[in-house]
Design a binder for this molecule. Structure first.
Ligand SMILES: [Fe+2]
Length: 378
């Protein structure tokens, strides 16, 4: 089977990254719609960006993005785009705001509703240009060629994917993550760690994605705990690692953790990073037999001394370390902590079984396996 690596959008990183907006924006359009959420406004991050933009282009703001955004969110943001005749979008926020902006960009030039484009390469006209300014440290949406939008009628998280969906520029600036609450750093950071680990062992992994994913796992292992305690250098390193993990997974693919987590999110609205953290250690254990040497390499990247250990033992140590890391950062480690019980599991397992990320998993997982993995997290 052939393997793929799509070059990601241009990253502008480090001190002064935001100031590059004034230079880049006029090349992309004339009227800007910023797409963000109320938390970003309250945290003062929107002000940081608009202050930088003062005197450049005409700017309107849509600040009503919700977590696990749905079709209605995309339609409301698209109405704001039409009312303001915006021809370039800036997403400021986590995966939700970035995915909504990417979805609006598709609908703007292709018409219809975002549900029309569920799947791979379902539209043909290039979307409006999007600039992404991530403010969390996990989704990787600033570098991936897709968006995830919930269909509230079916409780399915629709995945819309196309090579045309890369944003034009991703700006990684430490000012946008400096005050990130520890809980959000922890949960979104666990999402980034899940991306890198799942993609490193996924069926679509290749030497290019391997190098990026191992680098991301190392950086996350070194910084996630400190980031969850508010260390600003660690938060910036997590911001970069999160983009690396995004670049690493979008062609390699993901696996059973995301199948379980996306299904849980679609049914119960559980935060995506929290949902991943719940299942990552159990799925690692489950997958060890399919790729013991790869999991042993993950152990080394996480800083575990594997001297004298078999690949299997090193792999299990990696899963244990991830479990501990989640606990140390204060992320929920039990389904009961997010209000989900045994009665939901059969339905969740059935939906996870047909989730789009599952085929990338290195070990085939049956319906019974998925129910078992959900039960381990009860
Ligand atoms: Fe994810």
């Amino acid at each position: 089977m052939s393997q793929h690596f799509s070059s990601p959008p241009r990253l502008i990183m480090g001190d002064g990254a935001l100031e590059q907006l004034g230079r880049e924006l006029p090349r992309l359009g004339t009227k800007v719609l910023i797409i963000t959420d109320p938390g970003i406004v309250a945290a003062g991050i929107l002000d940081v960006v608009t202050t930088v933009l003062q005197g450049t282009l005409d700017i309107a703001v849509f600040a009503d993005v919700i977590g696990n955004p749905d079709i209605a969110t995309v339609e409301a943001a698209n109405r704001a785009r039409l009312e303001n005749a915006a021809d370039v979008l800036i997403a400021i926020g986590g995966g939700s705001s970035m995915d909504v902006a990417k979805a609006v960009a598709v609908v703007a030039t292709n018409g219809g509703t975002i549900a029309d484009y569920e799947g791979v390469d379902k539209f043909s006209t290039a979307p409006l240009p999007v600039i992404a300014i991530p403010t969390t440290v996990g989704s990787g949406s600033e570098v991936t060629k897709g968006a995830v939008i919930t269909n509230p009628d079916t409780h399915v998280k629709m995945v819309i994917v196309s090579d045309l969906m890369f944003v034009r520029i991703a700006l990684l600036d430490r000012r946008t993550v400096a005050g990130l609450p520890g809980r959000i750093a922890a949960t979104t950071g666990m999402d980034a760690l899940t991306h890198a680990i799942e993609a490193y062992v996924a069926k679509g992994a290749n030497p290019v994605t391997d190098a990026i994913n191992i680098g991301a796992i190392e950086l996350i292992g070194q910084n996630l705990l400190d980031a969850s305690k508010g260390d600003e250098d660690a938060l910036y390193n997590m911001l970069v690692a999160s983009s690396m993990a995004g670049i690493g997974f979008h062609d390699a693919g993901l696996g059973a953790v995301h199948a379980l987590a996306n299904t849980l999110g679609a049914h119960f609205g559980v935060h995506h990073g929290t949902a991943n953290a719940l299942f990552l250690p159990y799925v690692m254990d489950f997958n060890v037999s399919a790729a013991p040497a790869r999991f042993a390499r993950i152990a080394t990247a996480l800083g575990i001394d594997t001297t004298g250990l078999s690949d299997e033992d090193a792999a299990l140590a990696a899963a244990a370390a991830v479990h501990q890391l989640a606990a140390d950062t204060g992320v929920p480690t039990k389904l009961s902590e997010v209000g989900v019980g045994e009665d939901a599991i059969d339905k969740l397992a059935r939906d996870a079984f047909v989730q789009a990320d599952l085929p990338g998993n290195p070990r085939e997982a049956s319906l019974a396996d998925l129910a078992h993995l959900y039960r381990l997290a009860l």
